[in-house]
Design a binder for this molecule. Sequence first.
Ligand SMILES: Cc1cc2nc3c(=O)[nH]c(=O)nc-3n(C[C@H](O)[C@H](O)[C@H](O)COP(=O)(O)O)c2cc1C
Length: 351
Amino acid sequence: MSPSFQQQLGLRFPLIQAPMAGGVTTPELVAAVSNAGGLGSLGAGYLSAEALGEAVGRVRELSDQPFLVNLFVPPPTQPPGVAQLQAWLERLAPYHLQLGLPPPALPVEVAEPFEEMLAAVLRLRPAVFSFAFGALEPGQVAALHERGIRVLGTATTLEEGRMLEELHVNAVVAQGSEAGGHRGTFLGPFEAALTPTLTLTAQLGAALRVPVIASGGLMDGQDVARAMQAGAGAVQLGTAFLLCPEAGTSAPYRAALQHGRESPQLMSAYSGRPARGLPNAFAREVADLPPLPYPYQHALTRPLRAAAARQDRPEMLSLWAGTGFRRARALPAAELVTELMREAAAFTTPG
Ligand SMILES: Cc1cc2nc3c(=O)[nH]c(=O)nc-3n(C[C@H](O)[C@H](O)[C@H](O)COP(=O)(O)O)c2cc1C
């Protein structure tokens, strides 16, 4: 596997801090990782174009190094049926009452403004753009390349990786089953797209010409070294950065990561799309209701999640975490990057 992705960007380390939408990947975190020699990533999935512009401006105040911006490609969707929506509104009502919120209601604007966001990315010209949940149109990839922006797509299967390579992405992120957060799966059923990270990395590495970036459950330098040995050109770590002081991880979320006893599970409770997180009361109590098509449920649970974070109620909060969450370290991001690379080198170099 060629290390060209790292060389092209002039990165000191083949390490990406994963984009994590929802306020975790603050400009301070992104800049600290990029300044330390990795590639910091802004998860812009739920931002407005204006907020993205501000976040990018702040990263540039703090760093002159390359960084990445990430968006979710909206999957094809259709509105939920009236009865299905009503069932969710009824089920959410008692939680709203507990949190002192007005009764739940579907917001007028449900869909994320993807076209507008992509136009903002083209204007802002980050060094790298990555996407998940789908594939861009060929013209969109070409427009990004014309502006000198490198493009990464997210694959959870060999088939998805092949499709992304045909789209001329510069590298493919292999999201293994251990990964925290939403599954990026966009071809075929989610259940058939749960290959462990090292296996998926090796499969994609053998089949594709573009570099493969291993992602999912990688927490220390030994994990990083193993992924590189499996054929990765770089690694992408999310959960490992959640406890960094620069991360926007809320206080109850941090506490859950530090004290959580149960293993992370796949759940659709918060957004209607499978995502790996720490199990909690809300996820258990609504598990029997069929999920609404994405992004309806995501839009519907947004007030609940925001209020739960403010009111220190981890039992109603999406607590995304990969399987390795117990090994997350509460270190400043720059120290974590240096430490990960030192450990990886020690594991790779005999003696
Ligand atoms: C809190 C959280 C939020 C995430 N948000 C995004 C996102 O906005 N876009 C994306 O492509 N991936 C997102 N992911 C998935 C990561 O890109 C990556 O696949 C995952 O973090 C790797 O597994 P790990 O958490 O075990 O390192 C998120 C992951 C977490 C933990």
